[in-house]
Design a protein around this ligand. Structure first.
Ligand SMILES: [Zn+2]
Ligand SMILES: [Zn+2]
Length: 576
């Protein structure tokens, strides 16, 4: 549980307590705990808890502490769940309307007995809301706008949650007797890091509009709007939003391409078609004279337009159509190209598992090496390793390696880049590692010049082989720190330091939009799961999707190399 999510739950609890007419002081306690958590200069609540520091944080009391511990240990809060269950859903929705605070919700409930968003909208339109004490027409107008805004904005989620949800919806859609084939489209298929709604395209035996309508009547639907003859947008009670496009089988290939997007890509392809005397109209391809061209599948669609097949990940309207015209679409890196991973935490710092177990998990995934990179000494909040622990860990790795065949555990470290740009530990200690990942875990709030100088200085240290999660962003919760990333990429290329594409779905840092610049500068990209348990190793698959979005080929990715070649990469840096 990261601090941002924990703070969000705490402040939600505060709001719910107050909404239910509970004690103001109690509600405030949750608000201040949320603030205290947000003010911490670390994301590692687990360690703060284990080291006993969490309970000493000012602003956290016994009740809020027990909620935070629930969150750390289980990822959920029973108290929050109870409160949510006891609160009418309409009230929860009202709380999300911009401009509608708890005080006003109380007045609305007491004055008008309103329980749902629909009732509230009605009261705002017919003037009842404006007549409430201290409301007036302007406030009523603002609330109407707030409701409209809420209806438009769809809850955003990270890729893995959205992909999982998409698979669930897809399975249900495929069970429909009239559906021959259904596939995921949209931003999930393009493997975006943040997903708004889920797009699915379905080929129907007959009457696509009827099939689409049948899904709007299924359980769990809160609202459904038709967005075309046989396309519907369905909003489920839990906030999930599905765009379902039902088509006839012969329309499927182009419908699938169109629903996959992106909008810019679709426009670019249309313009390309027009230049060749063809038109993509609806879900078919026609000559300008009106004759339709039969299309078997997506490959056939692209080739009818004189284009090489464009993998969905590249369909972002960058330069893919132009590249496809020249037959210059790269052969993108694949999961099977990965030979091992280099960013992984064991129990020596803040991981949950021992090295032998992690090695077995990596071996089971078909890899031939696993680099252990626990936190360094200065990362005290994450249980960073003291020098004696390093020696102990290396002895353990030697013992484990002696028992393994065709697999090797490497001695890495994720060393803190200190405030002045030095890499944690002294030279002798750094020399003991096979490779060094340098990362920033503190003092995020430096200004752009200071932060850039700090990282540029770190790149001068010949021990540094990989720059870890280079912008420090946490998707949907923390902005990247201020840094001149172009200067960093350029210098990394010059010094022969690899840059990480951290595959933790919260990070996905380096951003795929910057991968082409890294490639141009000759920077190798390391796809690091930043695993803290065996399951975390599977983040590599998510990182591969992002690397593909960044136009990377196997040869651009450090951990498609053998263990020997990875070690040679680090040795070359040290020799310079
Ligand atoms: Zn890190
Ligand atoms: Zn890490």
């Amino acid at each position: 549980m990261d601090s941002r999510s924990a703070a969000h739950v705490l402040s939600q609890i505060g709001a719910l307590v107050e909404l239910q007419g509970g004690n103001r002081f109690k509600a405030r306690a949750y608000e201040s705990a949320a603030k205290a958590i947000l003010g911490l200069d670390t994301d590692d609540l687990g360690h703060l808890n284990r080291s006993g520091e969490l309970e000493k944080v000012s602003g956290i009391g016994p009740a809020t502490l027990s909620v935070i511990r629930d969150l750390i240990e289980t990822g959920e809060s029973r108290y929050f769940d109870q409160l949510r269950q006891a609160t009418p859903e309409g009230l929860l929705e009202m709380l999300r309307v911009p401009g509608l605070g708890i005080g006003r919700i109380h007045v609305i409930r007491e004055g008008l007995g309103i329980q749902t968003l629909e009732e509230l909208e009605e009261a705002a339109r017919d003037g009842r809301l404006a007549r409430l004490p201290r409301f007036g027409p302007k406030t009523a107008e603002k609330i109407l706008k707030g409701i409209a805004f809420l209806r438009e904005t769809v809850a955003l989620s990270l890729y893995p949650q959205a992909a999982e949800e998409a698979q669930r919806l897809l399975a249900g859609i495929r069970r429909h007797p009239e559906i021959i084939r259904a596939e995921i489209a949209g931003s999930v298929r393009r493997r975006r890091e943040i997903i708004g709604d889920i797009d699915i395209v379905a080929a129907c035996r007959a009457a696509p509009a009827e099939v689409a309508a049948s899904f709007t009547r299924s359980p769990g639907v809160r609202r459904a709007t038709s967005t075309g003859e046989a396309s519907v947008t369905i909003r489920y009670v839990d906030g999930t939003c599905l765009d379902l496009h039902c088509v006839l089988p012969e329309e499927f290939p182009i419908a699938w391409w169109r629903a996959t997007g992106s909008a810019t890509h679709v426009d670019d392809v249309r313009a390309h078609a027009a230049a060749r005397g063809l038109a993509v109209s609806g879900d078919s391809l026609t000559e300008l004279t009106g004759g339709a061209i039969a299309i078997e599948n997506e490959e056939g669609f692209f080739s009818a337009l004189g284009l090489a097949f464009i993998p969905p990940e590249l369909r972002e309207g960058a330069r893919e159509v132009e590249a496809a015209t020249r037959g210059a679409i790269p052969s993108l890196v694949e999961y099977a190209d990965i030979q091992g991973v280099l960013h992984c935490h064991s129990r020596y710092s803040d991981g949950t598992t021992g090295i032998a177990e992690l090695a077995a998990a990596a071996q089971a995934r078909g890899w031939s090496y696993l680099g252990i990179s626990d936190h360094s000494e200065s990362a005290f909040y994450a249980g960073g390793m003291k020098r004696e622990a390093v020696a102990e860990q290396h002895d353990e790795i030697d013992r484990i390696n002696a028992t393994l065949t065709g697999f090797r555990v490497l001695k890495g470290i994720e060393a803190d880049i200190l405030a002045d740009g030095r890499i944690d530990y002294d030279e002798q200690t750094l020399d003991r590692f096979d490779y060094v990942i340098g990362s920033i875990h503190s003092r995020f709030s430096m200004d752009g010049t200071q932060m850039t100088d700090r990282v540029l200085a770190a790149l001068d240290d010949p021990h540094l082989s990989i720059l870890g999660h280079p912008t420090g962003r946490l998707l949907l919760s923390r902005e990247p720190y201020a840094i001149d990333i172009d200067a960093v990429i350029e210098k990394a290329g010059d010094r022969g330091v690899a840059i990480e594409l951290n595959a933790d779905p919260h990070r996905l840092d380096l951003d795929w939009r910057l991968c082409p610049a890294a490639k141009r500068n000759g920077v190798m990209i390391e796809i690091g799961p930043d695993a803290h348990s065996p399951r975390g190793l599977d983040y590599v698959a998510i990182g591969i999707g992002i690397a593909r979005k960044g136009w990377l080929e196997a040869g651009d990715v450090l951990n498609t190399l053998s263990a020997d070649d990875v070690l040679a990469h680090a040795a070359r840096r040290r020799a310079r």
